[in-house]
Design a protein around this ligand. Structure first.
Ligand SMILES: Cc1cc2nc3c(=O)[nH]c(=O)nc-3n(C[C@H](O)[C@H](O)[C@H](O)COP(=O)(O)OP(=O)(O)OC[C@H]3O[C@@H](n4cnc5c(N)ncnc54)[C@H](O)[C@@H]3O)c2cc1C
Length: 357
């Protein structure tokens, strides 16, 4: 049965939920305080790495298990969107490389120990690299690094292309997209706009940090990234540099573009990127590959990751209402699990509604 569904927030979760519900034949209205470009979302600035191994070093085992599902889920969604829009969306699963300078080898060892502690059964999927093997995987790093780790199951997505494809597919599919429309409250079957409450069969709150007033414990964790064009650098997969002070990552994009990140600061400030963060990220980057010296900075973004006190995602449901949030630094990694969990709750509660009607 077709139901009318309001989704507050058109970032990562809002768009994914809208697409899944649209595909099931529902009538979807999407509200966002920004435009369809998603310029106010964390989704837009993210490095969008799919990195269950590197992320689990500082997270629970569940994050790893949920993250593994994502590696099989995204290619299916990307294929669907490509079929509808004709857009190419880079979605690679060619692994990632972790390196450390000789002086910082202890940090690489520590990372390996963390993996051993959380995913001991997966260590066969963690390959130690010597210089020769590193040269096969990422030749441009072999001059500076003597060892590293290869995590063959990791990958990344081109979030710019993905969000654009979702915009196109949702628009073509008939979603009623209300841009520049702030939602101040979400309640069962209704959303509150400037002009008052609007009624639907369902209301789904996907406002990320914008849901703070209605989700106890939600906080923002600031992150800063630089988007570079580096014609002199040819890296084919995400690379992490283990360093005693800054943990740097480089996530590739088509056309020798790279997302460089990211700081992690317990602050909800959305102020522009600071000089200190730039200095830290760029000096670590130059120590990774001197070809970045000639790169141009195309964007410097700062945003806040929406996080719960335990840094795990939350799906809360009651009849006519879902609140989905807390993706923290794992939005692309965990959204497949979270979206499927939310859809299962939606079905469960619809069944209950039918039985009690
Ligand atoms: C620097 C950085 C790097 C990251 N890198 C990665 C990574 O490599 N891999 C990974 O998996 N994850 C990464 N993430 C995390 C990921 O981006 C987030 O977890 C994810 O975007 C959260 O999705 P969301 O839909 O909950 O929130 P968002 O994507 O922020 O979307 C929320 C939407 O709601 C809208 N909104 C807010 N308030 C209102 C309101 N009152 N009314 C209407 N609309 C509203 C916002 O404008 C926005 O469009 C990164 C995040 C940051 C900040």
């Amino acid at each position: 049965m077709t139901q009318s569904i309001a989704i507050a927030g058109a970032g990562l979760l809002g768009r994914l939920m809208a697409w899944k519900l649209l595909c099931r034949g529902h009538s979807v209205t999407l509200f966002d305080n920004g435009s369809r470009q998603g310029e106010l979302s964390a989704a837009r600035v993210a490095a969008s790495m799919l990195a269950p191994y590197t992320e689990v070093a500082s997270a629970e085992r569940r994050v790893f298990d949920w993250g593994l599902q994502a590696l099989d889920w995204w290619p299916g969604l990307v294929a669907e969107l490509t079929e509808v829009t004709g857009r190419d969306i880079a979605c690679a699963r060619n692994g990632s490389v972790v390196v450390a300078h000789d002086l910082d080898k202890a940090n690489l060892r520590h990372f390996q120990q963390q993996l051993q502690a959380v995913v001991p059964d997966q260590m066969a999927r963690v390959e130690s690299l010597n210089r020769a093997r590193l040269a096969e995987l990422e030749p441009e790093l072999a001059a500076r690094f003597n060892e590293g780790l290869y995590l063959p199951d990791e990958g990344y997505l081109d979030n710019t292309a993905l969000l654009a494809a979702l915009t196109e597919a949702l628009t073509a599919g008939g979603v009623n997209w209300c841009e520049h429309t702030a939602v101040s409250e979400v309640a069962p079957g209704q959303v509150k706009l400037e002009g008052g409450w609007q009624a639907f069969d369902w209301a789904i709150d996907c406002r990320g940090l914008g849901a703070k007033d209605q989700l106890t414990g939600l906080r923002g964790v600031r992150g800063e990234v630089l988007w570079l064009h580096a014609p002199e650098v040819d890296l084919t997969r995400p690379v992490r540099l283990m360093h005693p002070r800054y943990k740097l990552y480089v996530s590739p994009r088509p056309g020798r573009r790279y997302v460089i990140g990211a700081t992690e600061i317990e602050s909800e400030s959305m102020a522009p990127v600071t000089v200190r963060s730039n200095l830290e990220l760029l000096s670590a980057l130059y120590s990774l590959h001197s070809g970045f010296a000639e790169a141009t900075v195309e964007h410097a973004f700062a945003h806040c990751r929406p996080a719960m006190p335990d840094n795990l995602p939350v799906v809360q449901g009651e009849t006519g209402l879902l609140r989905i949030n807390g993706l923290y630094r794992h939005g692309y990694l965990l959204s497949p699990h979270v979206v499927e969990t939310a859809l299962a709750r939606f079905d469960e509660m619809n069944d209950l509604r039918r039985v009690s009607a």
